[in-house]
Design a protein around this ligand. Structure first.
Ligand SMILES: C[S@@+](CC[C@H](N)C(=O)[O-])C[C@H]1O[C@@H](n2cnc3c(N)ncnc32)[C@H](O)[C@@H]1O
Length: 379
């Protein structure tokens, strides 16, 4: 198989988690630049990454790189790109991104790129692009006047696992939820809880990880429709992945005050195929408690969009911190735009800046004060 330069996009702050996942898939080095980690692989690597990555946004093939300080340079760079992965009837769409570059108007970048693609295809004897075939989404990304032309292999973002048919009030993106789980000290031998679970994204992602379930096994990807890719290879990778699935060892549960959200959580767990391994129930997080030892609780609690709601959210966090103090061998993780250290009465053991959509948040870690001893999870 042809060696390709590949790139995986990661949300700001999650590059190291995505890299860790890539390493576990056998990728040697993946330096990060401008929100993307790059490495070399084949179309099989593309399939493996799309199927297995939990925390990345999309997987791309890097088609070319060139100076792009002017539209002429951009046109030439795109026109001279090797488009051999694309069939004559490729339905080409173009997205644009620009950072610290002289060219920044997205619509102009898109139209110049599309014209240059048509010009490149004219060398195949095609006078115009018929565009009747499978979708090929290109991304022209400019950074400091260097253009990178990328081919999106995933299609819709990897957070679209296929289990969320319904949306709750403020659901967490599946990829961010998986990253929060991966950034915590949790491993499948320890109980996992989300006492503010809403539509259940965090417990469902924890359960999928505990089952070693490939997150992309139920969804469609653009590359699956390309003539250059052998669909049987993907089916084999899914079979291999399913053969490696296991039953989680420890309890995974989510609770919330809102019965409507809990109903959605149940649906999502069923759709994801992890319903037998996750328990959802109605409970007030102010009285959070558990008979299990050495648990890990990961949540994005309400933060309140208005000032009055914010005061209420902070009061809720103070009560939650008091409940947490009664479980000294548990670790608590919270994603919030609010300053929660005051509520907890101590500085967090670690804070990471992460974005929940456009909202700048801190991911607070409040670890168990004494080292957790290995052993039983029952008190
Ligand atoms: C930001 S949402 C969590 C979204 C969730 N991570 C998801 O993916 O859908 C916060 C949740 O906290 C719940 N909540 C608010 N106050 C609560 C309380 N006192 N006890 C338990 N849950 C509460 C809300 O019903 C809401 O579902």
């Amino acid at each position: 198989m042809q060696t390709l330069e590949l790139a995986v996009s990661a949300a700001s702050g999650l590059e190291a988690v995505v890299r860790r996942e890539l390493v576990s898939l056998g990728v040697d080095k993946a330096p990060a630049h401008n929100g993307k980690l790059t490495f070399f692989g084949t179309l099989e690597t593309v399939a493996r990454c799309n199927l297995h990555l939990r925390t990345a946004n999309r997987v791309f093939v890097v088609l070319s790189r060139f100076p792009a300080a002017t539209f002429d340079e951009l046109f030439e760079g795109v026109r001279n790109t090797d488009f051999s992965l694309l069939p004559d009837d490729a339905a080409v769409t173009v997205r644009a991104a620009s950072q610290k570059s002289a060219l920044f108007a997205h619509s102009a970048l898109q139209s110049v790129t599309k014209k240059a693609v048509a010009e490149a295809f004219s060398r195949r004897g095609l006078r115009s692009l018929p565009e009747t075939g499978p979708r090929f989404e290109l991304e022209i990304s400019l950074c400091e006047d260097v253009g990178t032309l990328l081919l999106n292999t995933s299609g819709a973002g990897l957070h679209r696992r296929g289990y969320r048919k319904l949306t709750g009030q403020a659901p967490l993106k599946e990829t961010l939820a998986a990253a929060l789980v991966a950034l915590s000290v949790w491993n499948p031998s320890r109980p996992f809880a989300d006492p503010f679970c809403g539509t259940g994204t965090l417990p469902v992602e924890a359960a999928m990880a505990a089952c070693r379930m490939a997150p992309g096994k139920k969804r469609d990807f653009d590359f699956l429709h390309w003539p250059c890719f052998d669909r049987a290879l993907f089916d084999r990778l899914v079979e291999e992945a399913e053969a490696g699935e296991v039953r989680p060892e420890a309890e995974i549960f989510g609770s919330d005050l809102d019965p409507g959200q809990l109903e959605l959580a149940e649906v999502h767990a069923r759709e994801a195929g992890v319903a037998p391994f996750v328990r959802f129930f109605r409970a007030d997080a102010r009285h959070f408690s558990s008979g299990l030892a050495r648990g890990v609780a990961v949540s994005n609690p309400p933060y309140g969009e208005r000032l009055s709601d914010e005061r209420e959210a902070l009061a809720l966090m103070r009560d939650y911190a008091r409940a947490a103090a009664r479980l000294p061998d548990w670790c608590f993780y919270l994603l919030s735009p609010l300053d929660l250290e005051g509520c907890w009465g101590r500085p967090a053991d670690r804070r990471r800046k992460l974005y929940n959509g456009n909202l700048c948040c801190q991911f607070y870690s409040f670890l168990a004060p004494r080292p957790a001893s290995s052993g039983q999870n029952r008190r």
